[in-house]
Design a protein around this ligand. Structure first.
Ligand SMILES: Cc1ncc(COP(=O)(O)O)c(C=O)c1O
Length: 445
């Protein structure tokens, strides 16, 4: 594998080898990550990377795009058929530019927009203050209730008061199904566009494991590399309702992507999206998407059974939020996520609703099952993984984050050092290494 890189760049070859071993020997619990097929990787590594094709099929600024036009059209047609939408743009380089293009298509700088607040699960590009979307638009964030669910009454009140041009539904750390009809009713009542960002749940929607927003939204955006299991990338779709609101919305979206935001599309990425969409249309993928949710529920049960606390007690999708306040007090996410890593499990620290810590030192950890499910793991395996997670957290349960800034830095440095000497974490790591080898990545099958 990678014989040409080996010959030309030994240093890089070795690093890829190390990452490969990490992916094989560990358990990937980050809910936004996944493993693509060999076919998707081949498309990403194909000669299509050599081409420039600014513009759209039949209307390019460069010559030589006869086949690129066909490839991009294939990807678009597959997206349209699968998601049942009349228009799809497959050019966004990733999820964030896809969302930015939606602003260009629907708003002017300074217009009011609404999205779920970032510390409560929302994404940066839904108007959070440090993002361009919060800097260039007047962002009115909405929140979740104490039980972790979106406060739809607040969404309604804020929409009435601020009359936004655009409302986002969708999140990056939210373990419930969305009430799309309620969002649609609110957006319609104030004449706003409803954009639903399905980055996390696109694969679940195609599998029938989560309702589709298409009948309710005007615009749907997604990444292609999470539950959809494609290459890193993004897509924007316009729904029948979107066209009914504004017949020119497809053209506005296309203009928002190019020339509004991007130059030449990444044609190798477009081809890999086409492959992923073909794979996502199979019965095997439907079974995969359903299994992701079954596994998340089984993992949630195992975590609870091993004494851990979950936001809202569980999950309705692929994602679980561990509430670590009962273990570490505020801001313990870092202890748990670093202990998990030392034990061979990759997750990320995350805020929990009404977090007593801060976004940088949050009190939760975000876990997900899309990648584990891609390795063929099922409910039985989730029981084992739940027990390992609990053991790893317990192994560091006596750490407490100090209040003072400087004290924190020194304390965390000594905590990190202690991980390398922690015998329980080393023992779990060895157990996981032996276990993980039995579950090949899709690209090795
Ligand atoms: C809901 C949501 N939207 C958009 C994005 C942005 O995607 P990308 O990281 O590809 O820019 C993410 C990424 O985590 C996400 O979770």
């Amino acid at each position: 594998m990678y014989e040409h890189i080996k010959k030309e760049d030994r240093k890089l070859f070795d690093l890829i080898g190390e990452e490969r071993a990490r992916q094989h020997e560990g358990l990937e619990l980050i809910p936004s990550e996944n493993y693509t097929s060999s076919a998707v990787m081949e498309a990403m590594g194909s000669i299509l990377t050599n081409k420039y094709s600014e513009g759209y099929a039949g209307k390019r600024y460069y010559n030589g795009n006869e086949f690129i036009d066909e490839i991009e059209t294939l990807a678009m047609e597959r997206a349209k058929k699968l998601f049942k939408v009349p228009h799809a743009n497959v050019q966004p380089y990733s999820g964030s530019p896809a969302n930015l293009a939606v602003y260009l298509a629907t708003c002017s700088p300074g217009d009011t927009i609404m999205g779920l607040a970032l510390p409560e699960g929302g994404h940066l590009t839904h108007g959070w203050k440090v993002s361009a979307t919060g800097l260039f638009f007047k962002s009115v964030p909405y929140h979740v209730l104490a039980d972790g669910r979106i406060d739809m009454d607040e969404v309604r009140e804020l929409a009435k008061k601020h009359r936004p041009k655009l409302i986002w539904a969708g999140a990056t750390a939210y373990s419930f199904k969305y009430d799309y009809p309620a969002f649609a009713e609110i957006a319609d009542s104030v004449g706003a566009y409803l954009a639903v960002d399905i980055a996390h749940i696109a694969g679940l929607i195609l599998a029938g494991a989560h309702p589709s927003p298409v009948p309710h939204a005007h615009i749907v955006t997604t990444t292609t590399h999470k539950t959809l299991r494609g290459p890193r990338g993004g897509m924007i779709m316009v729904t029948p309702k979107g066209i009914a609101k504004d017949a020119e919305l497809p053209q506005k979206i296309d203009k928002g992507v190019f020339p509004g935001l991007q130059g030449g599309p990444h044609d190798h990425q477009t081809a890999a999206i086409a492959v992923a969409l073909k794979e996502a249309g199979t019965p095997a993928f439907r079974a995969y998407g359903k299994q992701i949710v079954k596994n998340a529920k089984a993992l949630a049960k195992a975590l609870r059974g091993n004494g851990l606390t979950l936001v809202a007690g569980g999950t309705e999708n692929h994602l679980i939020l561990l509430d670590l306040v009962p273990v570490f007090g505020p801001s313990g996410g870092v202890f748990a996520s670093d202990a998990l890593e030392a034990a061979g499990m990759t997750a990320n620290k995350n805020t929990i609703p009404k977090d007593p810590g801060s976004p940088f030192y949050p009190s939760g950890v975000r876990l997900g099952t899309p990648a584990l499910t891609s390795r063929g793991m099922k409910e039985k395996e989730m029981e084992k993984i739940g027990a390992w997670i609990s053991r790893a957290v317990t192994a560091v349960k006596d750490f407490r984050l100090p209040e003072g800034k400087e004290e924190r830095v020194a304390y965390l440095a000594s905590f990190k050092k202690s991980l390398a000497k922690n015998k329980e974490l080393a023992k779990i790591r060895a157990e996981i290494k032996a276990f993980a080898k039995k579950y090949p990545l899709p690209s090795d099958r």
